[in-house]
Design a protein. Sequence first.
Lengths: 548, 114
Amino acid sequence: MTPTVLAQGIAESSPILNITIFGLFVVVTLAIVIKVSRQASSGASDFFTAGGGFSGPQNGVAISGDYLSAASFLGIAGAIALNGYDGFLYSVGFLVAWLVALLLVAELLRNTGKYTMGDVLAFRMRQRPVRAAAATSTLAVSFFYLLAQMAGAGGLVALLLNVTDKTQQAIVIAIVGLVMIAYVLIGGMRGTTWVQIIKAVLLIAGAGIMTIWVLALYGFNLSALLGDAVLRAGDAGQALLNPGQQYGKSELSKLDFLSLAIALVLGTAGLPHILMRFYTVPTAKEARRSVVWAIWLIGLFYVFTLVLGYGAGALVGPEAIRAAPGGANSAAPLLAFELGGTLLLGVIAAVAFATILAVVAGLTITASASFAHDIYLNVIKRGEVTDPNAEVRVARITAIVIGVVAIGGGIVANGQNIAFLVALAFAVAASANLPTILYSLFWRRFNTTGALFSIYGGLLATVVLIVFSPVVSGKPVDPVTGRSASMLQGVDFAWFPLDNPGIVSIPLSFLLGAIGTFLGREAGGAQRYAEMEVRSLTGAGAETAVAH
Amino acid sequence: MAAPVSSERPPPTEEEWSAMQASPEFVELRKRLRNFVFPVTAAFLGWYAAYVLLATYAPEFMSIRVLGNINLGLLMGLAQFVTTFGITAWYVRFADRRLDPLSAKLRDELEAAK
């Protein structure tokens, strides 16, 4: 098959089939969400953390569903198919990051918080300023991540349904947003968790089946598969197996990659929608089990993407991938088509859509919980509300607002290079959140000023450095497309040379946290630290699961 | 998934938290945890840094073929997966044997203190 025929193969492969399978997923999951919502109480605990009622393994599957976005599946497979080894480097960072969560964060967080990251950060600090800071950071990270997912939906639609008209893509983005809002409003954390579990099972099983299929075609000989990928790539072939294709071009790009690697490995344990998942289990030990399950599933999945990436390179070929709509992102769907025709492609396409839906639901509920619990309840109402349902009501309204903003943002950002938004989210999480969490849990002297310095300082540093980086302006125009890879065309005000600010913003934030602590007047509340430390390690007084 | 609602006893007072924090058993618990997680974190981050630095600055070294088309870089990358799984299993065993019994004991003491 010539490349163009194969590329059209995606388009003509029956958008109707793809939509039908996806529609089936939506209908089934909505039914499940409605069913489980009937069992729920209407309280805040249930809406925000499902009453802490999920078991470790269930939660671990949900976490992997939350974490493995379309970028993981399509993006990494595509990066490996086109750039070889450097794509694989990404997945190593995404996995190793989980050890930070396992060893330093998960259980301690579960023991000292209730619903949000703000609970832990504000535990022994002045409530209102620190909660406001935590909520700001949560909303920022969630917003960038959400925007990336929604814009990704537009690109996916172009790729899998051959919808190239921007208006039609906008309609699809709006539908994704509306379905997501429905999940959150009807099901709360309980419903969205089940959506994530279902999606994770479909995604990992689908990738697993494709992996075994690809390997079987090569007699389960990885070396033979790699060899074929090299052959298919022609002159560039040998280099595919070696690091450096994507990141090794200059000293600057190498430094950029180091920065990205740091942001990935430290960012995961600071992502608010991941942290919130440590509260949906009854005890810290179940939080630990969740992370263990997540690590195994996520690790397994990234081994799959290694095979799928090189498999796409070998069976589909880089020219076909590049020529297809969506470029690198088309590698996995094209491979599915190559292996199992329109049916398998339909399933994979539906899984990719489901992936976006599940992730945006998780992000929305985290952001709404943070606003309702940290800002509304604790900052505005100072912890006292007369109406017990007010917190949940505010969260629901916030979810609608966030959904609408995400739809609008996704439509506007459609067509942009969105990978940088996810990298930005990780960089903010690693800079603003992680240092503050670690200092809060482990450093007796840490105080309110320190927390404010590290959250706001980290957030500001990251955003400023990105705004003045080549990502936003100043990249050279590509003679083929006539467009610069930067977000803004025709201007150049970049003075920070790296795409990812992590290598600067993360150490800076640790430093700011320390400086702020020493500048601050409080002694750090030794007594409150006693309670925090004892609670974090023993689990005494931790929020228990709600009977249901 | 049902779990008991927390009982009606009042939460520990500030003195009780401080007393527990100062107690030799809690100090032991904290020491065990920190003596595991801090060095292990440093180790895996160091190993990850070495891997990333080698991949970035020594691509020729990583390109050395070992088994057919499988090169050192791929083996090292997969080794990162293996060590991640390994550390996970190691921590679980450690926590089960060395942390959980002690923390459960202290938690019961605090919650039964009334």
